[in-house]
Design a protein around this ligand. Structure first.
Ligand SMILES: NC(=O)c1ccc[n+]([C@@H]2O[C@H](COP(=O)([O-])OP(=O)(O)OC[C@H]3O[C@@H](n4cnc5c(N)ncnc54)[C@H](OP(=O)(O)O)[C@@H]3O)[C@@H](O)[C@H]2O)c1
Length: 280
């Protein structure tokens, strides 16, 4: 049986489209809190869990600047619990990390071995979670992803649709460059690589959709596909300060994951179009 934690989030919800039937436990934070070791131990002693996909995370990037303790509790303590159980029970673990572990000073796509230098509390907690995984888990993979969106939960795509319909103009950053990732495509990748993970193998991989965009480009594409009459104005990060600093550039190289697991990927605009057909 596969245990999926944080399954009410964007990624967890998309994974439900791939895993059906009785081979999977989907757990939300009320059913299984990854920071609660005794609850975790109970789950693992009562059920025959053979694989873990950790979709649970503290993901409020700006709020984390004020809530460091809570952010670290979920993103590091929770991951330590799962990693130690993975080791004890010899269970592979898939853990999800982020482009925010990088400082964004690169000018070419980030490779997995590039030096991490997080610029925010959230980024620090995720970088720390990677170390914890590497030092403690039995086997498995860390998948770093970026700019995740889906038809579920709150995300940039849904925010642009909401405010684009309410306002005549929106100002969006054009100087932060990355790649959007449809959570459905990440779920598909996880579904394909989980059976390929070998015992005692632990590694980090990058996955986003293909191509490059600024938040401005991303917003324009959303507005155009949805035929929303709203003018998108480009603005600079300096004119829109946020509590948490974000990387100016966080495009990933995806060569490693494609080569190792023989997985396919698609252009971000194609994936976006499919997601938007599900959002009204
Ligand atoms: N969103 C992005 O743009 C992005 C980008 C790069 C990487 N990532 C990473 O990708 C992963 C999935 O992201 P997502 O967008 O799917 O996140 P999400 O929609 O915010 O979902 C995270 C889920 O984790 C649950 N959770 C929080 N604390 C928990 C705990 N102590 N125990 C169990 N569950 C807990 C939350 O449940 P409650 O709502 O009940 O608290 C929520 O359902 C995360 O690791 C995130 O860091 C996200």
């Amino acid at each position: 049986m596969i245990l999926i934690t944080g399954s009410n989030g964007q990624l967890g919800s998309e994974l439900k489209k791939f895993y059906r039937g009785d081979k999977v436990f989907f757990t939300n934070s009320a059913q299984l809190d990854i920071t609660d070791l005794s609850q975790l131990n109970r789950w693992f002693s009562e059920k025959n869990i053979t694989k873990i996909i950790n979709c649970a995370g503290y993901t409020h990037v700006d709020k984390a600047e004020q809530e460091k303790e809570q952010c670290f509790k979920v993103n590091t303590h929770g991951v330590l619990n799962l990693s130690q159980i993975s080791k004890e029970k010899k269970i592979p673990l898939i853990h999800i990390s982020t482009d925010y572990v990088f400082d964004g000073t690169n000018h070419v796509p980030y490779k997995e071995h590039d030096v991490v230098n997080p610029q925010s509390i959230y980024g620090e907690s995720k970088a720390e979670s990677e170390k914890i995984f590497m030092e403690n888990a039995f086997s498995g993979v860390i998948i770093r992803t970026s700019w995740l969106y889906s038809e579920f939960g709150k995300n940039f795509v849904k925010t642009i649709i909401k405010y684009g319909r309410k306002r005549n103009e929106l100002s969006i950053l054009y100087d932060q460059i990355g790649t959007p990732t449809y959570a459905y495509d990440l779920a598909n990748i996880i579904y394909h690589i989980l059976p390929q993970i070998k015992n005692n193998e632990k590694d980090v991989y990058h996955f986003s959709n293909e191509g490059v965009a600024s938040w401005y480009d991303f917003a324009i594409e959303i507005i155009n596909i949805k035929n929303i009459k709203c003018k998108i104005n480009p603005i600079e990060t300096a004119k829109y300060p946020t509590p948490a600093k974000r990387p100016h550039y966080s495009v990933f190289s995806k060569e490693k994951i494609k080569k190792k697991f023989n997985v396919k990927n698609r252009y971000w605009k194609e994936a976006l179009k499919e997601c938007l057909s599900k959002i009204y």
